[in-house]
Write a new protein. Structure first.
Length: 150
């Protein structure tokens, strides 16, 4: 399966990899063939801001989670030179900014997981955590661990 062909079929284009927002590495290779991608926000183009349960619907949150995954993929492409070198997503950690009574973080994170299943064929291990606020008032931020072929 060619990742770029699948993205094209889904009518998706990779954004430019996001710039660092602090003192950290966007991507670190460890244990031979694993890549840890630092948290990527959901901003692609015009930012969507606010909290789930107040400003955004679950469907809007899923779209923002998918945007996080696209930003992660852009970081991976910059790191590896070719997304076809990525064999699978091992784990995702999704942070979802929501109201105190918003409890559907896993449904929001599905926006990222669904895209990665379409690209790599299997669902990753995953956690979805509710938070009070994220940088710049974005609604979703996601980090991940990916396996890369040698």
């Amino acid at each position: 399966m060619n990742v770029y062909d699948t993205l094209k079929k889904l009518n998706l284009t990779l954004p430019k990899a996001p710039e660092k927002g602090g003192v950290y590495s966007p991507c670190v290779r460890f244990d031979g063939n694993l890549l840890y991608v630092s948290g990527c926000g959901c901003v692609i183009g015009e930012p969507v801001l606010g909290k789930l349960g107040a400003d955004l619907t679950i469907e809007q949150g899923q779209e923002q989670a998918r945007n996080c995954a696209l930003n992660i993929l852009a970081v991976l492409e910059r790191e590896t030179g070719d997304l076809n070198r990525i064999t699978k997503c091992v784990k995702l950690l999704a942070f979802v900014a929501g109201t105190d009574t918003f409890y559907q973080q896993p449904q929001v994170a599905n926006g990222a997981s669904t895209l990665l299943v379409e690209l790599f064929g299997e669902a990753p291990a995953r956690s979805a955590i509710g938070v009070n606020a994220l940088p710049g008032n974005i609604p979703v931020e996601i980090e991940g661990i990916f396996e890369m072929a040698d």
